[in-house]
Design a protein around this ligand. Structure first.
Ligand SMILES: *[C@@H]1O[C@H](CO)[C@@H](O)[C@H](O)[C@H]1NC(C)=O
Length: 588
């Protein structure tokens, strides 16, 4: 009745097939037009960012040339070869000017990026900072030291895109806390470095700035996500840099590029003003930290950053200063160690590095105690993947909507995009054939309800308690263990998220963990890699073998770990490993 009455008021539409087809065609054209406009706008945005970078690099070139012409007596090689602690000393006593150091590094960074494509931004404000600094009486612990920062650290007036079009062109209104503290200590941030798109990847390429290469071999990746930092420092274009790490993003590039780096406990250094495509991850702990050529640089940097200024700017940072007496102690240590986690295949050189280092430490009077990492497959799926992607990766997908997808990120993204049910069914079908991949797929379905998310958080806490109990039972001070490496061939890491197990373990546990380079790949290592089968001899093991092949001469590192908040002890252990390794090299 009502419907009948209403129908009187509605215009009577005769379904004319010609009108209908015109309507369909019209909508299709409109949709295409919208899509085309969006793609054009995206293309313009990316081109604009590249133009800006091109301009920045030209600016660096001009400044560096001009300085060289006006100061022919400055010897770049002498400056570039100084370790950080000596450079700091020379700047403080005035035998080197901060100008000569900054312009020398601008020139060198430019040379390295022309080689490996590691820079995203030049920060011309460094020149004004230099002028202002010279007027001040107070000289910080890092006075006159040029530093590089990973692209997602906010620096006033520049964007922090995370390799995504989504954040491109959004200029920071103020410096991140860490940049403020660095400036206060006299350090001069001068460039920003490249990352993989979204940073949730161990490679280092994005559709804006392209692929960063490994400075030791251009067919290899520098690793990621702090890959631009790794490549720049490894190539000699910076003496101190800053990365971030939620699964190994400081440690993997440090290992791949032959430098050292430390991932502190979450919250030890302020995360305020660091841009991320996802916030709210609770059971895998992110941290920012320094990367450098030697351990003393990392220690000096931590000492400089753990100051009242940071504690004041970010009251969430526990006001614990760096303990010099712990760093310089010579007390023998009880060191737990393992050479494999029993889950992810390690190229044999990385296991050899652990054993070579273990022997050196034993000879130096430390006690080494075998340790078995607990339940790695469970940790990889239930704690790592469900911890990072409890919502199945939808937050990341939001940030990638309408963006070009980098080839290194594509394998991951195609999985996140699958509907829940498809993931479950695929996991079920694949289980008998490739159980590890099936379990990964299942984990990438996420936790589901909020209740299950809480359950996941609880499981992660229980795991940490068990791990600490085991550590305590053995009365350990620190732990020596492998890190992924050597540098992989380009194009593999994006397919191998699981290679993160060696590093992500300490983001789950929230222990400080650092990487020290101890040796290089030998012909014997390479021959053994060819014979190596891994723990499962499946698709992943085979991929890792191919990825690591052709590595003779590349740097090989180990990982050093301590309990939460003991960054000073972790660094002391790293220093010990570094010193013993150098002594051994001198003897050979
Ligand atoms: C670089 O790596 C490739 C393997 O990808 C290897 O064949 C080549 O010999 C390496 N080059 C150098 C100079 O070591």
């Amino acid at each position: 009745m009502i419907a009948e009455r209403l129908s009187h008021h509605l215009p009577h539409i005769e379904v004319n097939p010609r009108i209908l087809s015109a309507l369909v065609c019209g909508s299709a054209v409109a949709l295409l037009a919208v899509k085309w406009t969006r793609q054009r706008r995206l293309k313009q945005k990316l081109e604009e960012a590249r133009r800006k970078r091109e301009h920045a690099l030209l600016q660096m070139e001009k400044m560096s040339l001009q300085f060289k012409q006006q100061n022919p007596s400055v010897q770049p090689d002498a400056i570039l070869s100084l370790p950080l602690t000596e450079l700091v000393e020379k700047l403080r006593e005035g035998s080197l000017s901060p100008e000569s150091v900054l312009y020398t590094y601008i020139g060198k960074a430019l040379e390295v990026t022309n080689d490996v494509n590691c820079l995203t931004h030049f920060l011309p404000e460094c020149v004004t900072q230099l002028q202002d600094m010279k007027k001040q009486k107070e000289r910080g612990l890092l006075y006159g030291i040029p530093v590089s920062i990973k692209e997602h650290y906010n620096y006033k007036g520049h964007d922090s895109p995370c390799g995504l079009a989504y954040f491109l062109g959004i200029l920071a209104e103020e410096d991140s806390v860490i940049v403020q503290v660095l400036k206060k200590q006299g350090a001069i941030p001068f460039v920003k470095t490249n990352v993989p798109q979204s940073m949730f990847n161990f490679d280092c390429s994005n559709p804006i700035f392209g692929q960063t290469l490994n400075p030791h071999n251009h067919t290899k990746t520098p690793g990621g996500s702090s890959g631009g930092e790794g490549a720049l420092i490894g190539g000699g274009g910076a003496i101190l840099g800053f990365g971030s790490d939620i699964a190994g993003s400081i440690r993997v590039p440090s290992s791949f590029c032959g430098i050292c780096g430390i991932k502190p406990t979450e919250g030890r250094l302020s995360f305020s003003g660091i841009v991320s495509p996802t916030y709210g991850i609770k059971s895998v702990h992110p941290a920012i930290g320094p990367m450098a050529r030697d351990v003393d640089s990392l220690a000096l940097c931590m000492k400089a950053l753990l100051c009242d200024h940071m504690f004041h700017l970010d009251p969430n940072v526990p006001p614990i200063p760096f303990r010099d007496e712990v760093y310089s102690s010579t007390k023998p240590l009880r060191i737990g160690y393992y050479d494999t986690d029993g889950f992810t295949m390690l190229p044999p050189c990385m296991r050899r590095a652990v054993h070579d280092t273990r022997k050196l430490l034993e000879k130096a009077g430390h006690t080494l105690i075998p340790f078995s990492p607990l339940r790695m497959e469970y940790t990889a799926n239930e704690l790592f993947l469900k911890g990072l992607f409890p919502e199945g990766g939808s937050t990341l997908l939001e940030k990638l909507k309408g963006d070009l997808i980098d080839p290194n990120l594509k394998p991951q993204i195609s999985v996140y995009k699958l509907p829940y049910l498809v993931k479950r069914i695929l996991a079920f079908i694949l289980r008998p054939v490739v159980p590890r991949i099936a379990n990964e797929l299942k984990a990438l379905c996420g936790t589901g309800s909020a209740k299950n998310l809480w359950k996941q958080h609880t499981e992660a806490e229980v795991y940490c308690q068990e791990f600490i109990a085991e550590w305590r039972k053995l009365k350990l001070d620190v732990m020596l263990c492998p890190v992924m490496g050597p540098a992989f061939n380009l194009g593999y890491l994006g397919k191998l998220l699981a290679t993160g197990t060696y590093t992500v373990l300490f983001n789950i546990l929230n222990f400080p963990a650092g990487v020290v380079t101890v040796t290089t790949v030998t012909e014997e290592d390479e021959a053994e890699l060819r014979r190596c089968k891994g723990h499962y001899n499946d698709h992943w093991d085979k991929l890792i073998k191919k990825a690591a092949a052709g590595g003779v001469g590349l740097p090989v590192a180990v990982q050093c770990v301590a309990l939460p908040w003991q960054e000073d002890l972790c660094l002391r252990f790293m220093k010990e490993v570094e010193t013993l390794t150098l002594e051994k090299m001198r003897r050979v």
